[in-house]
Design a protein around this ligand. Sequence first.
Ligand code: UDP
Length: 321
Amino acid sequence: MNILVTGGAGFIGSHLADHLLARGHTVTVIDDLSTGRHANIEHLLGRPDFEFVLGSILNPDVVDDVVSRAEGVFHLAAAVGVQLIVDHPLRSLATNIRGSEIVFEKANKYGTPVLVTSSSEIYGKNRSDRLGEDDDRILGSPLKSRWSYSEAKAIDEILAYTYWKEKGLPTVIVRLFNTVGPRQTGAYGMVVPRFVAQALRGEPITVFGDGAQTRCFCYVGDIVSALALLITDPDAHGRVFNLGSAEEVSIAELAEVVREETGSASKVRFVPYEQAYEEGFEDMARRVPDTSRAHDLIGFEPSLSLREIVRLVIEEQRSAP
Ligand code: UDP
C-alpha cells in the first residue's frame, strides 16, 4: 500500500515512516521542515519505495496531489511543543486547524482512511487517576496559548469524527501522551532530550515549577506500531484512543533518573514557570492515561521502562557529532 505521512520528517512521523517501510509499504512524506528535520529521513532518501515532498499542508494543491496517490493517511503534521505554541500562537493555530481541514477535505474527496494524532492536552487540567477517552476536559481561558492548542486539537478531533459520522470516511483519532525516544529535539520544550543534553554538558538541569508535576513517558516505537494497527482496524474507525505509558514519574524524579543514567554531576535548578514560558502560564499537574481501550482492541502494551528509554536518548546524544 502507498501510505502518506504528513509531518513525516518529524520525530514521531519519521519513526512511523521507518515502521511502514519495514512492513513492505511504500511511503510518501510531506513536511515543510518547520519543526521536522531533514536528518530524520536522510537515511530513506533514494529508496524506490520512499518519496519526500517538501511542502506545507496549508497548500491545498500539494495536499491534493499526495492524498490522491495514497491508500491511507497518517496526519501528524502539526505545531507541537509547549515552547513553540507559546512563542508562535498564530502560526500554530493555522497549521493545526486550517492544515487539518485541508487534509480531511482531500481525504474525503478520494475516500482515503485518515488517522489523526491528537494530544493528551485535550484533557487540560483534569488530573484524574487514569484519564479515559470519555473523561471531561478542564481548560483555562482560550486566550492562554496552551489552552488554544488544546482547542485546536479538539477541532481536529471533531473534524475526524464528523467526516466519519456524516460522510462515512474511515477516520481514527489518537490522543498521544508524552512520547519520547531518539530524534526528539529539545528545541521546542520537550523535557527528556533537554534534561539529557543538559546533563551531558554538565549544565544545570532546569526543572520548571517545583518539579512535583508528573508525566508518563512512552517509547516512540510502541506508539508507531499501535498507529499502524489502528488505521487498518475497522473497529477503530470513528473512535478515539489514548496511547501512552502508565509509569508515572515527577519531573524532579526524572531529573534524578537522567543524572544517574548519565553519571553527570549537573545540579538541578528550579525555574519558575513565568520565567520558563510566559506570565500566567499554567502547567498540568498530572497526566496519566487509561489505555485499556487500545489494549482491548489491538493489544497495546508499552514495552520499555522510563530508564530504558532515557538510556536510548543518552546513547543517541552521546553518538551525535
Ligand atoms: N519541563 C521542565 N524543564 C524543561 C522542559 C520541560 O521542567 O526544560 C517540564 C514542563 O514544565 C512539564 C514537563 O516537564 O511539566 C513535561 O514537559 P514537555 O514539554 O516535555 O511536555 P508536556 O508539558 O506537553 O507534557
